[in-house]
Every structure is written in C-alpha cells, then in structure tokens.
Design a protein around this ligand. Sequence first.
Ligand SMILES: [Zn+2]
Length: 410
Amino acid sequence: MKNFEEEYNVFQDALEIPKPWYVFHNELAKEENTLHIYIEYQSGAEFSCPNCGKTGCKVHDIQDQDRTWRHLNFWQYKTILHARMPRVKCESCGKIRTVVIDWARPGAGFSLLFEHHVLSLMVEMPVAAVAREVGEHDMRLWRVFKYYVNKAMENIDVSNVTRIAMDETSRAKGHKYVTFFIDMDTKRLIFATTGKGADVLQVFSQFLDSKGVLHSQIKEFCCDMSPAFISGIEEKFPNATITFDKFHVMKMVNEALDQVRKQEQATQPELKNSRYAWLKNPENLTEKQGSKLAKLKDLDLATGRAYRMKLSLQKMWTKHPILSELYFDEWHSWAIRSRLEPMIKVAKTLKQHKGGILRWFVTKMTNGLLEGINSLVQATKRKARGYRTADNFIAMAYATVNKLDLIGIS
Ligand SMILES: [Zn+2]
C-alpha cells in the first residue's frame, strides 16, 4: 500500500473520497469503454464500528474479492469503483463487521452520486429512456427509485390527518387498479394500494396503525358510490362520514343521459354524432356543437329532457345549503316521473345516497384533487410505457404528486 500523500491523483480529487480511503490505481479499458478506479485505505487505518459506533477500531481482516460500484461516467467512459472491504473487530461490542463507506449505501451496486443522477432523470424522463441512457436494466433503476421514495415517504407526517379523499385508477390494461388516499388538508398522497375492493380500507387502516394514527381520528371520507368503498369505510371507520364526490354523481347522470340518447337515436336519426354536444358542459362546446345542440333542443326529444335534468342537477351545488335538500327532492321526483328509464334508475340510486351527496354542503369535499392526480399519473404512465409492477407505479405517483425531494434525503 502506498502512502496517501505520495502523489496527486485527479480522480482522488474529483471523487472526494474521504480519508483513510484514497485512489491507488486507475485503468482505462478502452475496448470495454470503461474506466476502473481502485480505492484502498491507508495502512494502519482505523474505522468506526458499524454496530455500536465506537471509533478507532483496527482492521480484523479484508475481503478477497473486490466490491464494485457503478459511478458517474468519466467523460464518455463508464466508470467502476473497486475496493476490497475491510472488517473491523470492535473491542467495545465484540462484533466483527464490514466497515461502512461514504460513497455508497450498504449493499448497493451504484455509488450515491450515480444513484442521485438516476433519480433526477427518472422524475423527468420515461424510465425506459433512462435505462437506455445509462445502460442499466430498468428493474435495477426501479429498485433504487423505490428505496429513496419509501425513505422520503417515511418522513411524511400523517399524525394530523382527519379528512381523506379516495379514488381508484387503472394502472394498466386489464383492470389493474390502484386506490389512492389523499390527505385533503395537506393535499398529499399519503397512501396507495392495489385493488379497489373493500379490502383497500383494511390495508389503509393497517397503514394508519403502523403510523400510530387512531381510526377514530379520521372524520371524513370523500369517494364515489362504490358499494365496496362504502362498506369498507363503515366497517373500518365507523366514526367517519362520507361525502360522495360530485364529479362522480354527475358522471352517472351523464351516463344515463347518454343511454337515453342512444335509445332515441334509433328513431331520431338527427341525433347521430351528437354525443359530445350533450355530455359537455355548455360553456365548453365548440361553435359547431353549440349550433347543433341549439337545433336539437328545439325538437321535442327525450334526450333534450334528460339534458335539462342534467343541467338542473348540476346547479344544485350552487344552491344555498338550506335549500339543497328541497332542491334534490324536487329534482328526484321530476326524474322519477320522466318516463325515461335510465334517468329513473339513476334518480333512484342518487336517492339511496342522498345523505352523502348532500354532505358536500357541509364538508365541501370533492375528488377534484384526485382527478388532477389521475391525469398526472396517466401522463406518467404513457411516458413510462408501463411500470412493470404496481409497486413501481405507486412509487412514481408518490414522487410526482408529493414532489418528493429524493436526493435531499439519505
Ligand atoms: Zn462495536
């Protein structure tokens, strides 16, 4: 072993490897396009005990094999750090342990700087592109990514959470669902899990248990009218009330309206190609759709009546809370008497959920935030061309929605 002070080495300087480690050799393997940098510790060096932290432990033995770490490229060369790792025997705790190093996490095959480089690319670029760029398999990159995301998520404080918005999204073809739980007050994605059945509430309650949050602390949920969500909440969070998301309510009414249109189209050919004119909000119509709708509305159509019912229900959320129940009841009896089967059916469903729909006038909770998250997640999904696993998908959602600082933590 050479003495540390012996000669200046540019890699030594650039790598900022702390004493007692130093670069003792480097080798450019041009045919492999790789720079190998060999690191050693000064003879007689002492290390801290990885077990109890005692300083000044002498080296007990040294591994025969090099350990290697992929590091940031040096110019165009892939760079690999090599070192044989010493083990120390601690006089204080008596353990024999491999020393801890500063340039990589225990067990990692990448240096910290390389990992940070990969993380910064992964939040910006499709993972497949990052994998190509750095010449590593994407599964390896995902493992690094998840390590840092999970670490950052551990630091998120959920002790004050009381109001939850939850919704499911499909992460891939074939109905692979993930359900998201958002803290309404901090607007953070605090939890996500696979599936969309009542069991997601069970898994969520276990998550709260692990964080020491009492179930009784959760006072409000906002979700769609999924029977699985409702029964899951009632069972696991009996103290909580549910607000049904108004966007989901309107989506159901829009679906009923569309069924009315489809049925009527068989006898009214002028309804052809009018689907979006009826479904969009009036202010979002194109000029062509607007004039088409104006013409159709003048005809005495069942679709026109269903459309007016939709617009009427939409106005409910602008009413004074005192009038909301009366307004709902009037709307309901109008729909029930409409003789339009899809509208009657949806009116009955809404009546069964009236309490949760009108709860909005107290809580003002919606899943609007989750819609934003869904579109973000969908965009990321397209970008990434598939996440391979739900874990990867969830990790990317945590990172993007919560804008996690992955590099600042370690
Ligand atoms: Zn020790």
